[in-house]
Design a protein around this ligand. Sequence first.
Ligand code: ZN
Ligand code: FE
Length: 256
Amino acid sequence: MSHLKVNLIKCLSDNYSYIIFNPNSKKAIIVDPAEANPLADAITKFNLNLKYILITHHHQDHVDGNIELKNKFNCKILGFADDSKRIPGIDILIKDKEIFNFEDEEIQLNFSPGHTSGHVFYYFKKNKLAFVGDVVFALGCGRIFEGTAKDMYRSVMKIKSLPDEVKVFCGHEYTESNLKFCLAYDQNNDHLTKRAVEIKSLRSKGLPTVPTTILNEKQTNIFFRCNDKAISQKLGLAGHSEEKVFKKLRELKDNF
Ligand code: ZN
Ligand code: FE
């Protein structure tokens, strides 16, 4: 199996775009080009051969580099078939659960609505990487713009069901503000207290807190912990469903 490398590229004010490449063949993929220039510079600098751009959702800060990068590197743009009209320059339309081959990796598109109605995440099965756009963030989850809390809950649970060791790459650096929210409603969590120290140290040096892992999120992300008794009790929802707790947390976070 080829071990793919991931370069995190900071874009705009708090976006992360990703370059995933095979260091031997130099063939590369970009996920969610927030803007063309920093990505084009990195592709050129590392002498990569950009083959594909994968899109998680149609928001401007995830597709703005599409056309410029496609013109410059002659790559193909790939996204969810059902949302193809909103993805600039799309060439290859993929269905839910469909697998797309890159080198010997199998990349699976997974429908994950809630933030937008056509949001998807990409799971690299062999390398155990997940590119989740704006569905899950380190210690948080995306805002619901198109869809219901139920949609978002199901999408987050889909990501939570990936293997513990999967590395999770999200679309933004929102971790410090997410941390404040988690600390407010999940007060006796040793994993969270420990992670808070790591996050503060990374951010004080201007370093990213991404990627995270599924296990790390299960232990510390409050949106992954809606089945925790202390949390539901704190919200006055003891004995209620995980989904109900999730919905309440999303509402509280919107006004936090
Ligand atoms: Zn978005
Ligand atoms: Fe975004």
